[in-house]
Ligand binder design. Structure first.
Ligand code: SAM
Length: 287
């Protein structure tokens, strides 16, 4: 089915199936015809790749992915879209639509079953209400992915691609930088969606590091410290870290000094390597 980025075609398709948009599920579908081909082209490096898409909508991006990759599997939570997709994707034999919540699906099993040993990437226009949880989940599971190319809110794109140690940073920024090399690809205006959201968007690509190794002694401790620090980002680090790790404040302060950080430092001012040194110094005190 052609012209899936034409609002009149989308409206007619959705009306035929009695579909109405759900705001709660972040259903803003792409109608700018330039965006999906560009996303698919920049997200897929080889026609041998498999692609995992999250959230199909009416299948406008799915079609572009199917044209450029060996296989596409798309996880969509809204059962009402299944008959719509059956119609819009009828001519694409290399697409599987899987009904489910991407946060609950067994992704390692799904990737194996759908793609076997093929290189796989993620390419998606993410539902904005769970952008960070989805990215954290994809990264922390250490899925065998080459890259993750996603549309997110403009502000989220800036935060996700910021350098740790910068004011825009959050805990997710650190995780992104730990597991990947992020970059912003291109901006997308709010008018590119139907219905139009209140914010502009941007497409980012994360190139996954196959074996991140920064000499971290205890990864779980590192991420607990990062989350605790950014959870109270207006406070200096010693208090939140002491609380989260059940370690006396004086020992946290010694660890900060050992890591070459100021006792009054806040999470957003800690550079990437600073977090690694700090977590290793804390580990020495926790045993
Ligand atoms: N890919 C389409 C496009 O670009 O027009 C739709 C993108 S729309 C922003 C997000 C899609 O994600 C919707 O189809 C929505 O139903 C779906 N969705 C929302 N939450 C989801 C979840 N937890 N798991 C899977 N899909 C989800």
């Amino acid at each position: 089915m052609d012209n899936l980025s034409n609002p009149a075609v989308i409206r007619a398709l959705l009306e035929r199936h009695g579909f109405s948009f759900s705001k709660a599920l972040g259903q803003n579908f792409l109608i700018n015809p330039g965006v999906c081909p560009k996303m698919a082209q920049l997200g897929i490096d080889s026609p041998d790749w498999g692609v995992l898409e999250i959230g199909a909508g009416v299948g406008v991006l799915t079609q572009e992915l199917a044209r450029r990759a060996a296989k596409v599997a798309v996880v969509e939570i809204d059962q009402r879209l299944l008959p719509v997709l059956e119609e819009s994707l009828a001519e694409y034999e290399n697409v599987s639509v899987i009904l489910g919540d991407v946060m609950k699906v067994d992704l390692p099993a799904l990737l194996k079953e759908q793609f076997g040993d093929r290189p796989v990437c993620v390419c998606a226009n993410l539902p904005y209400y769970i952008t960070s949880p989805i990215l954290m989940m994809l990264l922390e599971q250490r899925l065998p992915l080459q890259a993750i190319t996603v549309m997110v809110q403009k502000e989220a794109a800036a935060r996700l691609c910021a350098q740790p140690g910068n004011r825009e940073c959050g805990a997710v920024t650190f995780a992104v930088r730990y597991y990947s090399t992020p970059r912003q690809l291109f901006p997308v205006s709010r008018g590119s969606f139907f219905p139009a959201p209140k914010v502009d968007s941007a497409v980012i690509r994360l190139d996954i590091h196959p074996n991140p190794d920064y000499g971290v002694k205890d990864e779980k401790l590192l991420f607990t410290a990062v989350r605790a620090g950014f959870g109270q980002r207006r406070k200096t680090l010693a208090n939140p870290l002491s609380g989260a790790l059940h370690l006396p404040k004086e020992q946290v302060q010694q660890a900060l000094t050992q890591a070459g950080l100021s006792l009054t430092v806040r999470a957003e001012a800690v550079p990437f390597e600073g977090w690694i040194r700090l977590a290793n110094a804390l580990k020495e005190r926790l045993g």
